[in-house]
Design a protein around this ligand. Sequence first.
Ligand code: PBG
Length: 327
Amino acid sequence: MDMAQRPRRLRKGEVLRSLARETRMSPASLIYPVFIKEGENAVEEIAAMPGQFRYTVDRLPFLIESLLKSGVDKILLFGIPDEKDAVGSGAYSDEGIVQKALTEIKKEYPSLYCITDVCLCEYTSHGHCGVLSGHNVDNDATLPLLAKTALSHVRAGADMVAPSDMMDGRVGAIRKLLDENNYIDVPIMSYSVKYSSAFYGPFREAAGSAPAFGDRRGYQMDYHNKREALKEAELDLCEGADILMVKPALSYLDVIQTVKNSVNVPVAAYSVSGEYSMIKAAARMGFIDEASIICETAASIFRAGTDMLISYYAPEIAGFIREGRIG
Ligand code: PBG
């Protein structure tokens, strides 16, 4: 056969395949979500997320050592308080669970990069991401509380804050308060393009943060929309976001690509709890090969254009990159 182009030529052998590869991954771009609970000496498996745990602060070193060994040195912290109230006081208390965890982590592991999720839903008795006015989440009344939460995280040692509440104007409110307190160098990673998604189901079990009534469609995005993602992205950039996140990841690869092509800041993707649980469950049933699916899904999210990936599989992905199986 007379053929000038034979695509198979570049597929011959692992050495050539790895040379011609279009998507490169590094453990440096991975972030691992960590759930921290009150109490002592407890590591509790999350029922809907086998292999993921809630840790008390004193048990964090075990996790951190194994993360660092796997090559993951960045975490995203979520707090699970013992007590909740209508205004989510635990989120911005200097004695809050995330604040306590940060203080301890930074004593022993100053170089571990700590990003904090800034939201009220884990701390409110009604489970919504802001304070209520009747049955409505009051956007503007929530902003100062989110800003206070971010500031108290940074005071306790957070390296970066990541607001996930989807209130309008929260990036600007946080930036302003951080700047007024001279934290001009602390970046904001905004959960900018966050869809209202059933893929957060297992997380809400993990964090006990399911809304007591209604749902989050009044503030999180409608999954039919893509141009709206650019509206959110532009607003957050104008308000001072340094990194924009798209969430969830796997059903939103088109959105990741669109956002990446439209902005000039780094883009993050969050492969959320439901994505993890689906893979885990199918693997446990013997229907799929877990390692191969982890590799393929991680590569697909980076191929879509993300610069960094938040994933419950971060340590595994780092391992596969190190072994040369992907990346
Ligand atoms: C807090 C928050 C949620 C997630 C991250 N931050 C839950 C939600 O919005 O309901 C989901 C993460 C996951 O599912 O892994 N607002």
